[in-house]
Design a protein around this ligand. Structure first.
Ligand code: NAD
Ligand code: IPM
Ligand code: MN
Length: 355
């Protein structure tokens, strides 16, 4: 089986980590008896600065027929983020109806959490949860506008939009995942202050929960959830959250499990009508761009999620195994975000040997 995968390396370290990860994905595919055919799209802010478009007019059409998309990151210090992200990454999530954003947070053996008492060697300090983030609407619905621009009475309206179908889809996906895990869902909400959207959200969680009698469900307000992800991260299993809340909580998830450079992500189109997209949680990290020290593991693990999505379990497992082995090996190279002195290339070469 040969898969037709689009890559959009994008900007900054996005380019570095995608280039680094690609040969490893090819190798693990090969070992598993399948193959990857890449189509690379050099879209991003360089293109925007040259042509005025982050991607060509027909960019989404060109992506639509691929089996999946591997994205690096988008964002450049010279162009405002709302221009670059709304010109490339956000339209892909929305147009391809990638409603389900799945973001695991795992404290691997050999990795140190910045939290006291949390290391992967002690049983009760084990962090392993997954955030199901609604991915195409909510606070990111892009509904609103500005009026009286430049005047004292200037006004900006940014509306959050929650549909019943969109909310049900993410909540059901979270409960289905909980059935495969420890049967616990935490609903992260803000229905104490947001009496329309978040109250409907909570009602839908209750309705869906009734279909899963063996799954226990807790409700946490997002402010308290942010605290508890620092105070007791080991107690979470599956978290379901709106688009913005999920965005924020997954950066917390990344850092309590060691680094932004380790956190993978899947943007899933449930029906398979359009390709799903896999990308690290982190951004283009202009502060370390060009230094050759970006941690490629979040992208490699996103590649493993891509293989899982394609039902290529062996390829996914071999990538996971290689990453786990590397992190557990005190002699193995690691990048500075994990306290090491290694480069992106050192980490990849070591992984290649393990594969
Ligand atoms: P960021 O994730 O790029 O960086 C935050 C911090 O984490 C920085 O200190 C960075 O050096 C570090 N970091 C991130 N990834 C790393 C890696 N792989 N290895 C080692 N260290 C890593 O977030 P930011 O600085 O807020 O955003 C930078 C740009 O990226 C902005 O333009 C933002 O809009 C964009 N962004 C894009 C995406 C995406 O395309 N999916 C995601 C997040 C941010
Ligand atoms: C992420 C990013 C994006 C998001 C930004 C770049 C729009 O932070 O994927 O986590 O908020 O979804
Ligand atoms: Mn984010």
């Amino acid at each position: 089986m040969a898969y037709d995968i689009a890559t959009i390396p994008g900007d900054g370290i996005g380019v570095e980590v995608v280039e680094a990860a690609r040969p490893l994905l090819e190798l693990s595919a090969d070992d598993a008896g399948c193959a990857i055919e890449w189509t690379e799209y050099d879209w991003g802010t360089e293109r925007y600065l040259e042509t005025g478009g982050m991607m060509p007019e027909d960019g989404l059409d060109r992506l639509a027929d691929h089996d999946a998309i591997l994205l690096g990151a988008v964002g450049h210090p010279d162009v405002p983020d709302h221009v670059t992200l709304r010109g490339l990454m956000l339209p892909i999530r929305k147009t391809f109806d990638q409603q389900i954003c799945k973001r695991p947070a795992v404290l691997y053996e050999g990795v140190e959490s910045p939290l006291r008492g949390y290391d992967s060697e002690s049983d009760d300090g084990d962090i392993d949860f997954v955030v199901f983030r609604e991915n195409t609407e909510g606070e990111y619905a892009d509904v609103g506008g500005r009026a009286h621009v430049g005047f004292d009475h200037e006004v900006a309206v940014q509306s959050a939009v929650y549909t019943r179908t969109g909310t049900e889809a993410i909540v059901r996906a979270a409960f289905e995942e909980a059935k495969r895990r420890e049967q616990r869902v935490t609903n992260v909400t803000k229905s104490n202050a947001q009496a329309y959207g978040m109250v409907m959200w909570d009602e839908i969680v209750e309705e869906v929960a009734a279909e899963f009698p063996n799954v226990t469900v807790d409700r946490l307000l997002v402010d308290a959830a942010s605290m508890d992800l620092i105070r007791r991260p080991d107690e979470f299993d599956v978290i379901v959250a709106s688009n913005l809340f999920g965005d924020i909580l997954t950066d917390i998830g990344a850092i309590v499990t060691g680094s932004m450079g380790l956190a993978p992500s899947a943007n899933i189109n449930r029906e398979g009508a359009y390709p799903s997209m896999f990308e690290p949680v982190h951004g283009s990290a202009p502060d370390i761009e060009g230094e050759g020290v970006a941690n490629p593991l979040a992208t490699v693990l996103s590649g493993a999620m891509l293989f899982e999505h394609l039902d290529e379990r062996d390829a996914a497992d071999s990538l996971h195994r290689a990453v786990e082995e590397q992190l557990a090996d005190p002699e193995a190279p690691r990048t500075p975000d994990l306290g090491g002195h290694g480069t992106t290339a050192d980490v990849i070469t070591d992984l290649r040997d393990r594969l």
